[in-house]
Write a protein that binds this ligand. Sequence first.
Ligand SMILES: Cc1cc2nc3c(=O)[nH]c(=O)nc-3n(C[C@H](O)[C@H](O)[C@H](O)COP(=O)(O)OP(=O)(O)OC[C@H]3O[C@@H](n4cnc5c(N)ncnc54)[C@H](O)[C@@H]3O)c2cc1C
Length: 509
Amino acid sequence: MHSATDQHSNITRSEQLQTQPLDVLVIGGGIVGAGVARDAAMRGLRTGLVEQHDFASGTSSRSSRLLHGGMRYLAQGRVGLVWEASKEKTVLRRIAPHLAEPLEFIFPTRQANGWPRWKLGLGVKLYDLLCGVGKGGGSGSMGVAETLRRVPGLNGEQLTGAVRYHDALTNDSRLVLDTINSAVQHGAVACNYVKLLDATREGDRWRCELEDRRNPALLVVQARSVVNATGPWSDKLPNSETSLRLTKGVHLVIDRARLPMDDAVVLAEGSRILFVIPWGERVILGTTDTDYRGQLDNPPCDPEDVSYILQVVNDAFPAAKLTPQDLVSTWSGLRPLVADKNGNPSDISRRHKIAMSHAGWWDVTGGKLTTYRLMGEETVDAIVRFLGAKAAPCRTATTPLVERGPRGELGDATSCSGILPPPVSAAAVSRYCRLEAARHLDDVMIRRSSWRHYYRNHLELAGNVSRWMASELGWTDAETELELKRYRGLTAHSPIVGTTAPAPDVQLR
Ligand SMILES: Cc1cc2nc3c(=O)[nH]c(=O)nc-3n(C[C@H](O)[C@H](O)[C@H](O)COP(=O)(O)OP(=O)(O)OC[C@H]3O[C@@H](n4cnc5c(N)ncnc54)[C@H](O)[C@@H]3O)c2cc1C
């Protein structure tokens, strides 16, 4: 049985998918699926979305959390890609200011490391032209003394100075959840823990077999079009014509006191770059980029991933002497790169691809968090053309993700959705259960609140959160214990060993 709270939820019950044939059924509740569903619903199409686990549980809660044009792509001369993402960055600042915080990046330059200051200096000026000059001012270059002042503890060896530019910080899983909430407010039916098992073309419709995994049941849904937005899973879906190559990217979280940065710092490592990103009282370090062939649900963060990142950061900040004991948290995500027939990432690997592989079946792959809205718009444009449907024009670039109050204020909806975690409280947990379909302890601790990644004492917090969830969702003691066991299992991957410099424990309210 669905819990009583479902009647209050923004996110809808799986039975509602069956009430009438859908115009669009979106498979996958990551950022791409969320963006397609919101756009389709806002244009008046009958829209459903199903996610096999929790919303945002795939790559879309495991990114670097940046809204960026991509300085790296500029270095590769891919100006079109940067231009596209830059425009979308501006759109997101407009429609979701609570999830787009301007951030200055300092990119230190060194002798003979392949990233000369003059070249990067030109690059950031071009970046300004493409991205526009935001609130933080334009980009620029700085000498050695200023670089060392702005980036305390930076290794001064062979330093030639630095360039600075601007991008923005977001919260990936909150962007997914707020987009899905908005889709539902515009009439979509969105269900987590519902998996597509099979889909066959019957006449002018797709007959889709779905498994409701919370209340074990098989559902059959008719849809005039289906969108495969399953990221790293997209070559596994029936009817998919996608070919992928997956690479793994790991992030580490440490205390900000260990690397007291005001700005984000870019570290060059051969042809790759890694980021040091301030995040409230913490700092995010990452990422790696290694080929991956393992299981998709919860890719591991291996000790060698940790060593690699810590080595790059310790080389740049020798006095920090970071060790695995400094880690507050880690996460690991999979890049679904579009591959050619031989499995090599193709030219368009970092761009997105929208292909109608069969009549009414779209495979949507690649892209990035920053460009999700555009991917949604282009996909729904194609669906509207195919269906010959009368649909309203796309409004996703101008309609705020979270509706504002009468005086333009963002209000209650953003009290539990932002770049930093909200205070740990029963009220926030209640909201996540009632309005955002949180069903498991990890739904709240990891994706809705980020408390798992922010607080070293997350296991203790999870004990309290599980009791609050139990009272919201009617769990028995045995169910509560099972949830805690599941949570401990999911978070046990981490190679964190002990603690030397504990992050301040959070006070419960
Ligand atoms: C390490 C890393 C760092 C990144 N950093 C950035 C960044 O800073 N900025 C940026 O713009 N982009 C970044 N990206 C890229 C961005 O995160 C991804 O492009 C994006 O999250 C992919 O979203 P998606 O919806 O395609 O896939 P996902 O988020 O993986 O969603 C696919 C969903 O489909 C579901 N699913 C699969 N099979 C089924 C089924 N049969 N039925 C129902 N549901 C199913 C899965 O459970 C999953 O939740 C990064 C990526 C990585 C890996």
